[in-house]
Design a protein around this ligand. Structure first.
Ligand code: HEM
Length: 497
């Protein structure tokens, strides 16, 4: 159907009342793979019905950039769903909050607070290095005992502690019961939120006892108690003069808004309630832990599959950092192969393969297709990162794609690459995540070689799709590199402790 301006509606999957296109979406594949497949029949940009909602699926980078960058503000809305409303007290956070003056104000405060610890700043580097150190000493204990380790809980603790230090100025020791509680509820949330929740397709189902929704509510209530406890502590010893962490920064912004009634500020800060502050911090945990941990697990998995790449990173570390000191952020520029490897991991296994759904806030268009206000838009990053026209042999893991022909400098070989999204809704933790990936991996690889335990087969490179695309569980042997047998223990006593 053509409109006056030559625009037309995107091709639509068959749909039935109430269930929408559900019948066409039955597939053994996870949604991002299915959505990529469906391009063959419907073209790169098409629509489908989820219950009564129209959803547009974008599988190519020109349209993706139109949505995220050129028309970023028009597509800055987020859908409201039953599960995310439970998680965020009806969208009082950043990731699921709808675009509004309050939302913009929140994003600005959190962004500011993150920059305070941001790139180049000493404190964030210290925080991450302290965790890298603790991780290496766990590896070296396991190596000494001849044990293979599931790195997942260790990596989760390291990444959680970075976020805890940032938000609350606190961290967890190994085996801390509160940390175990946190792991348990996080898993509960990850398992339920995105589990193709029928509740989101049939909103009326929520009035029936629904096991998933109950589990989610239980996990959210445990999370909220932990957050509230920290919030109360921070309120009790808050001072305008010291800003210890993100929670202090949020408290300060809230107070200054309350005490200052000039038109400009009070208009901007409508509704910066306690709920908003709590949910914003909850968001940073929700968005910052699972994602970064998952990328680390994928990176290690690919390095185990490709020992020659591991060796090349180690040679780079040996020649640029040497053995007398630990890697630091300022080494990033001189370790291009490690950086290229991180980029390739983010390409081949994007943790958020469908980003977070966007919503059109007014009638608009994508390319030649009309888009009505309220339409949901899903950017299929999986299609962008595996587009055969943009990437040679896209299923093949090859860090070399991100290096210039001499292998000395980094490049982005295709514009079909958006691991952190782009525009108004770009990932708020991009800089932080990149620092964590670089430091944790360089510290580990400087002194250990990772492999599967003898007799085990290599873990599968296929992922499991939940909120994020997760690798299967696997164990690794961390063998100290020649010359590092003693050093990895001695490092415990350097400045970071
Ligand atoms: C949103 C990727 C780590 C905080 C996003 C989005 C992606 C993404 C793809 C969605 C963009 C969109 O909807 O268009 C990643 C990856 C990470 C990572 C690959 C790790 C390697 C972090 C960390 C933080 C964080 C460490 C914590 C500070 C957020 C927030 C949003 C977000 C708050 C929502 C932004 C908004 O809706 O305005 N991230 N992220 N992320 N991320 Fe990250």
């Amino acid at each position: 159907r053509m409109s006056a301006r030559g625009l037309q509606e995107p091709p639509c999957l068959p749909s039935l009342p109430v269930i929408g296109s559900l019948l066409s979406l039955r597939s053994p594949h996870p949604p991002h793979v299915l959505f990529k497949e469906l391009q063959k029949k419907y073209g790169q940009t098409y629509s489908l019905m989820m219950g009564s909602h129209c959803v547009i699926i974008v599988n190519q980078h020109a349209h993706a950039k139109e949505v995220l960058l050129k028309k970023g503000k028009i597509f800055a809305g987020r859908p409201r769903t039953v599960t995310t409303d439970v998680l965020t007290r009806d969208g009082k956070d950043i990731a699921f909050g709808d675009y509004s003056p309050t939302w913009r104000f929140h994003r600005k405060i959190v962004h500011g607070a993150l920059c305070m610890f941001g790139e180049g700043s000493v404190s964030i580097e210290k925080i991450v290095c302290a965790e890298a150190q603790s991780l290496c000493s766990v590896l070296s204990e396991a190596a000494a005992a001849g044990l293979a380790l599931d790195l997942s809980p260790e990596l989760t603790r390291a990444v959680t502690n970075v976020i805890c230090s940032l938000c609350f100025n606190s961290s967890y020791c190994r085996g801390d019961p509160e940390f175990e509680t946190m792991l348990h509820y996080s898993q509960g949330i990850v398992d339920t939120v995105a589990k193709d929740s029928l509740v989101d397709i049939f909103p009326w189902l929520q009035i029936f006892p629904n096991a998933d929704l109950c589990l989610l509510k239980e996990c959210v209530s445990i999370r909220d108690k932990l957050l509230q406890k920290e919030y109360d502590k921070h309120k009790a010893d808050y001072s305008d003069h010291v800003q210890r962490d993100l929670l202090d920064a949020l408290l300060r912004a809230k107070r200054s808004a309350e005490n200052n009634n000039t038109a400009e500020i009070s208009a901007e800060t409508v509704g910066l309630s306690d709920d908003h502050v709590l949910m914003t911090v909850g968001d940073i945990f929700g968005a910052g832990v699972e994602t970064t941990t998952t990328v680390l697990k994928w990176a290690i998995m690919y390095l185990i599959h490709n020992p020659q790449m591991q060796r090349r990173i180690q040679e780079e570390l040996d020649s640029k950092v040497g053995m007398d000191r630990t890697p630091q952020l300022s080494d990033r520029g001189s370790l291009p192969y490690l950086e290229a490897t991180i980029r390739e991991v983010l390409r081949i296994r994007p943790v958020a393969p469908l980003l977070i759904p966007h919503v059109a806030l007014s009638d608009t268009s994508i390319g030649d297709f009309t888009v009505k206000k309220g339409t949901r838009v899903i950017i299929n990053l999986w299609s962008l990162h595996h587009d055969e026209n943009e990437w040679k042999n896209p299923e093949h893991f090859d860090p070399g794609r991100f290096l210039n022909s001499e292998g000395t400098g980094l490049i982005i070989p295709s514009s079909s690459y958006l691991p952190f999204g782009a525009g108004v809704r770009v990932c708020l933790g991009e800089a932080l995540a990149k620092m964590e990936l670089f430091l944790l991996l360089s510290w580990i690889l400087q002194c250990f070689t990772l492999s599967v335990p003898t007799g085990d087969s290599l873990p599968s490179l296929e992922g499991k799709f939940g909120v994020v695309l997760q690798p299967v569980k696997y164990k690794v042997n961390a063998v100290p590199r020649p010359g590092w047998e003693r050093k990895s223990e001695a490092r415990q006593w350097t400045t970071y402790h």
